[in-house]
Design a protein around this ligand. Sequence first.
Ligand code: PLP
Length: 392
Amino acid sequence: MGKYAFVDAALQELRDQGLYNTIRTVESSVGAWVVVDGRRVLNMCSNNYLGFANDERLCAAAHDAINEYGVGPGAVRSIAGTMSLHIELERKIAAFKGAEAALSVQSGLNTNLATIPLLMGKEDVLFTDELNHASIIDGVRLTKAKRAIFPHRDVAALADLLEENKQIEKKLIITDGVFSMDGDLAPLPEIVEVAERYGAMVMVDDAHGEGVLGSHGRGIVDHFGLHGRVDIECGTMSKAFGVMGGYIAGPASIIEYLRQRARPFLFSSAATPPDVAACIAAIDILTETDAPVRKLWENGDYFTKKLEDLGFDTGNSETPITPVMLGEAHLAWSFSKRLFEEGVFATAIAFPTVPKGKARIRVMLSAAHSQEDLDFAVDKFAIVGRELGVIS
Ligand SMILES: *Cc1c(COP(=O)(O)O)cnc(C)c1O
């Protein structure tokens, strides 16, 4: 038996369970159409909601930044890596979000690793939705705080947990804004209400909300008109903003504390100049126009209706995330494979990303899609759906 036999066994188990993911290679920029494994296919699985991933204005900003600042920041931000670009991005994020201040970090994942362990210690209690993103779960795991996990979107259960823990002074409720696998929204107004009743802080991870919800894509807090009542918003620049990076927005004192002590800020190098410049360009564009956001929603509504008319189960999405529910992982993988052969790139999502028995194709609509693109996709879903007995 080799030293790594346990790894081979684990990989074999994934194959046996139909959970082994053969990751495809994209050989072009990420637009409505992409070249994948040598074929030009319609892209229905990127988080590129607004088509910014290869937008020429973002690309130009990145080129300019390379010419002026080079490609690397040279250090962690607290030692020598904070550039004027980082400061400008933070100012613009704070203004866009309507927050006092913002901190930029390298990724959305890092926002949770930065914030949660810094704010919460062993005397404290964290309230977290059972379906929260893995990065929130990991942030929670880095603390010694007591965890109170509430059933998905269940504010009554959350209120009970708050009542049980009301003698504990520091309480933080954390939720995804948009749940990425189902496209449903956190009941944020109700969460804020119970939080205020019990003196708890609220933090929302708006990774799939910014660029999608609210005026000009300002996110879920703006969508519900909760400015000043949600303590911390964090999110990513890698989805609707089309680039890479994360931000935390909130009260100036919390942002300053993060700048002094958050570990991903202190111990991992700053985001690169071209990334940061492209993020700034994305925020500038969205501040000026909401046209891409409106186009995204039109596309989402159009596509969902067509799929429902065909008889597909598209779940409970309230956003342009469109899960096509299939059940077993094997079926979802076969569906995805056949779609690819037909020219549609839409990846199956199965356990552990979603619960067992809830495998799906998660279709990600984008403002980059034209109506002809969507009609093409609908046709292919119909063909494969009939072939595999999902619809009649
Ligand atoms: C995608 C996502 C992240 C991770 O963002 P990255 O910038 O890709 O690291 C974090 N939280 C949520 C809720 C997400 O959906």
